[in-house]
Design a protein around this ligand. Sequence first.
Ligand SMILES: NC(=O)C1=CN([C@@H]2O[C@H](COP(=O)(O)OP(=O)(O)OC[C@H]3O[C@@H](n4cnc5c(N)ncnc54)[C@H](OP(=O)(O)O)[C@@H]3O)[C@@H](O)[C@H]2O)C=CC1
Ligand SMILES: O=C1O[C@H](COP(=O)(O)O)[C@@H](O)[C@H](O)[C@H]1O
Length: 525
Amino acid sequence: MAKDRTEPEGNEELCTFSEQENGDCTVSTTVVGASGELAKKKIFPALFSLYYEDFLPKNFVVFGYARTKMSDDELRNMIRETLTCRIDTRLIDARICRENCQDKNHKMDEFLKRCFYHSGQYNSEEHFVELDSKLKEKEAGKVAHRLFYLSIPPNIFVDVVRCVSLKAPSIKGRTRVIVEKPFGVDSESAEKLTRGLKQYLAEDQIYRIDHYLGKELVENLLVLRFSNLVFEPLWSRNYIRNVQLIFSEDSGTEGHGRHFDNYGIIRDKMQNHLLQILALFAMEAPLSLDAEDARNEKVKVLKSMRPLKLEDTVVGQYKGHSKGDKSYPSYTDDPTIPNDSLTPTFAAVAFFIDNARWDGVPFLMKAGKALHTRRAEIRVQFRHVPGNLYERKLGTDLDKTTNELVLRVQPDEAIYLNINNKVPGLGMKLDRTDLNLLYQTRYPREKADAYERLLLDAIEGEGRFFVRSDELDAAWALVTPLLKELEEKKVVPELYPYGSRGPVGAHHLAAKHNVRWGDLSGDDS
Ligand SMILES: NC(=O)C1=CN([C@@H]2O[C@H](COP(=O)(O)OP(=O)(O)OC[C@H]3O[C@@H](n4cnc5c(N)ncnc54)[C@H](OP(=O)(O)O)[C@@H]3O)[C@@H](O)[C@H]2O)C=CC1
Ligand SMILES: O=C1O[C@H](COP(=O)(O)O)[C@@H](O)[C@H](O)[C@H]1O
């Protein structure tokens, strides 16, 4: 029997546990685009981890579907060879390989026996009829819920969804479809994609995946806010001076240049991951943990935001750089990218939420590739203590000594609060230190990958951490006018060296809003 995740009320399980025990129900997951990078790197490893950890229902099958010709055994070999999942890390870390590796190999063999492949075109109803009959054979007349994971380019989403809904839907169970980003490139294209999908599927069958919503710290945001007394009373303009979402990567677009050049960093990270996190951070308490209640609140906050303006935006692009005997390429050194590309690989922006809670509080975001570090964090800077008794000890710049709460999403997940503290001793010297929850120390077990968590949610019919179409529209409405203006005016991005902290313009933007980027303060834990 699958493990119970002790889910909240309102969660509709795909199979009831008694159905699973009786063997009356089955779940079939078809990975469409099974020959691709994402399937190999993330989706199959996530499915195996779920199986290894006993989270999958007793009866399940996994199908791969793509145009590439492959036998079932070839798919199985591909999965085995590319299975770099966390289970491996655990076995190596624990240095207890022999016994556990045997267990893993045994489980892997069991898992692979449930994996099958069908080769077909993405727009061929006939090929989906063939898939349907193979699925039916494995499902053996049970109530069968079907999940299709579209790990393919977006221009073929609607073809596949048409074929699935006409020729391979679940008859007695539910049919759900996970859709990978990008969900359009602007408001218009996103709406068109949604219309296309909704010709064949109801909204509650569509699971738009944003893998940042499956990251541990992001899922914890709601727990932190709504199950502790101490944070929520402070969570407003009364106590918070600014909020910063800082997401940097230390690698460039090597290998993905052509794909990235069509999008740029605002579409790649801000419109989706960062706005989703901002919405979870800033929304009002939902009525319940039900997916629709939480998503209603996210929509409300997104709709209260002002669309981005050019004067509140800085764009950058990385340039080549040599350090010692190592040299790093510029963005346009990639032969698949035009030499005169103006695509931003970095952006810093200021958002504002026009509601009672957040009026006047700048929400600053910066995201970039080829920066000095890989880090994703949310930084909350609080106001200074009025009439602080220790003002003279704290120095002249009170803003430097305010409390700051940091939620580090990756790497090394942590939640810490910068505080002022007395240095022990007879004198009265103050120190800046932090109250620190370092996940690695407190929860040493390895973390589930975001794809695992979200796949399990989709299998169980839990939509809370998937993006609803009105959220998507609201998020696109905030960035589309800016994207159009950047493109129409051919705004030239500020160059920054590969491996640096990004363009200087980001500091001017912060200064304009009386903000100091927290990641540059030296208070990092
Ligand atoms: N890779 C990643 O880390 C991430 C990927 N994504 C998104 O997920 C989806 C899948 O990603 P990824 O696996 O990297 O993509 P791939 O380019 O590897 O494509 C997946 C599969 O789709 C088929 N395919 C590729 N191009 C075309 C085409 N033009 N027409 C028809 N079929 C095509 C190929 O299978 P075959 O030829 O066998 O049919 C390929 O193996 C993409 O939409 C991507 O934007 C999102 C986030 C991260
Ligand atoms: O969605 C995307 O995310 C990856 C980074 O993901 P992470 O989980 O490793 O932080 C990014 O490289 C890619 O450009 C973007 O499309």
